[in-house]
Design a binder for this molecule. Structure first.
Ligand SMILES: Nc1ncnc2c1ncn2[C@@H]1O[C@H](COP(=O)(O)OP(=O)(O)OP(=O)(O)O)[C@@H](O)[C@H]1O
Length: 252
């Protein structure tokens, strides 16, 4: 089994103005694994996730110290941020398809990257929808507005849209929190399938979900990374008392 490192995070601090939201985070994130980020509300999970493709840059007053390397490339150094976000795709909590056809949602990124040939676009759209396990459900209605789909289908469209630009990493911020149990299961199965080709980093409030599908789990508290280990270890025999209290539901 591959055990490569995708991200190396060193001495990472993040400030929103004067408020220090992330404190000296050090972490190596594996390629081709699912890494779950857990912790109580406000502990910095989403903030940390967003540092990995520099989405926090869009928020005014954010300052980042330390370094994050994506396979050796310092992502806060002299790099093209657009290219970074091509390598590191993102799926959000609330499905957010564009108000356009299913086909155009998926073709949007490739078109923005200059692909115009119809046959090539058709190929990318089909491949991406297949990878996101939604092709069979939508293949006969690609011209329909993506907004007309169910929430669970919309989320898979958003995953397909992210995959269409061939990222290496998929960041998922509570991707199932707005979904019913069946759609949740589909996304979980999909994530497990996708880790063969992508590195997945997922924020989740659902302890069972983290335990079910992730390989590694990182527990955050008040901006600090308290514990980071294999999911099996974190859930069965955590080193830190605070981790234990959180996963057994005694706080948070
Ligand atoms: N845009 C912002 N401006 C100022 N402070 C922010 C901003 N976004 C987040 N914060 C603060 O940073 C801290 C971490 O927030 P973050 O959203 O990362 O936590 P979280 O663990 O993902 O929480 P939740 O589980 O509720 O989504 C919180 O104290 C929050 O209030």
């Amino acid at each position: 089994m591959k055990n490569n490192i995708k991200f190396t995070v060193e001495n990472l601090d993040l400030f929103y103005g004067d408020f220090k939201a992330l404190k000296d985070i050090n972490m190596k994130i594996n390629a081709n694994k699912i890494t779950a980020l857990i912790g109580p509300s406000g502990c910095g999970k989403s903030t940390f996730l967003r540092t990995l493709n520099r989405m926090n840059d869009l928020i005014e007053g954010v300052k980042v110290n330390g370094s994050i390397k994506l396979e050796g490339d310092d992502i806060y150094g002299d790099i093209d941020v657009i290219k970074l976000r091509t390598r590191v795709g993102m799926v959000f909590q609330k499905p957010n398809p564009f108000p356009m056809s299913i086909y155009d949602n998926i073709a949007y990124g490739p078109r923005a990257h200059g692909i115009t040939k119809k046959t090539k676009l058709n190929e990318i759209v089909e491949k991406s929808l297949r990878r996101a396990a939604i092709w069979d459900e939508v293949k006969d209605r690609l011209k329909r507005n993506a907004i007309s789909l169910s929430g669970g289908q919309q989320q898979r469209i958003c995953i397909a849209r992210a995959l269409a630009i061939e990222p290496e990493v998929l960041l998922m911020d509570e991707p199932t929190s707005a979904l019913d149990p069946i759609s949740t299961m589909k996304i979980e199965d999909l994530a497990t399938e996708l880790k063969k080709d992508y590195s997945i980093i997922m924020v989740t409030h659902n302890m069972q979900q983290a335990a079910r599908i992730s390989d590694k789990t990182a527990f955050f508290l008040l901006g600090e990374l308290i514990e980071y280990d294999t999911t099996e270890k974190v859930f069965s025999n955590p080193d830190n008392k605070k981790t234990e209290a959180y996963i057994t539901g005694r706080f948070g």
